[in-house]
Design a protein around this ligand. Structure first.
Ligand SMILES: [Zn+2]
Length: 125
């Protein structure tokens, strides 16, 4: 049967495709995104609204694809011990916001990942 994620028959990246399917299911279960416009934005002058919208703190999260890649690699590939992917994962870790790091740590704890790996990630907080 053709895999709906990678399009191959049979699937050649089962772990990744299963993870993608689970992520898609989780995202569909979430309520629709709320607007992230500031409250009362209609009454702000253009200069204030510009400053609020361009505040770097609004964009501190890494791209969701970066987060998903490192979460998958750490859970299924022991991505900080595996020398083939360690440097890429350290770079990805450095891009995550504190909020994303805390979420990642809670996911890794629930998945029963190595405590040494979790401790190393906590160092990025
Ligand atoms: Zn597949």
């Amino acid at each position: 049967m053709r895999c709906e994620i990678c399009g191959l028959d049979p699937c050649e990246t089962e772990g990744f495709c299963r993870f993608s399917r689970e992520t898609d299911a989780r995202n569909k279960a979430k309520p629709p995104a709320q607007s992230d416009l500031p409250k009362y934005w209609e009454s702000m002058d253009v200069g204030t609204l510009w400053d609020v919208l361009n505040n770097p703190a609004r964009y501190s999260d890494a791209a969701q694809s970066t987060y998903d890649a490192i979460e998958w690699s750490l859970i299924y590939n022991d991505g900080l011990r595996n020398p083939r992917v360690r440097s890429a994962n350290l770079r990805r870790l450095s891009q995550l916001s504190d909020r994303q790091l805390k979420h990642l740590i809670s996911v890794l704890e629930r998945q029963g990942c190595r405590p040494e790996m979790i401790a190393e990630i906590e160092g990025y907080l």
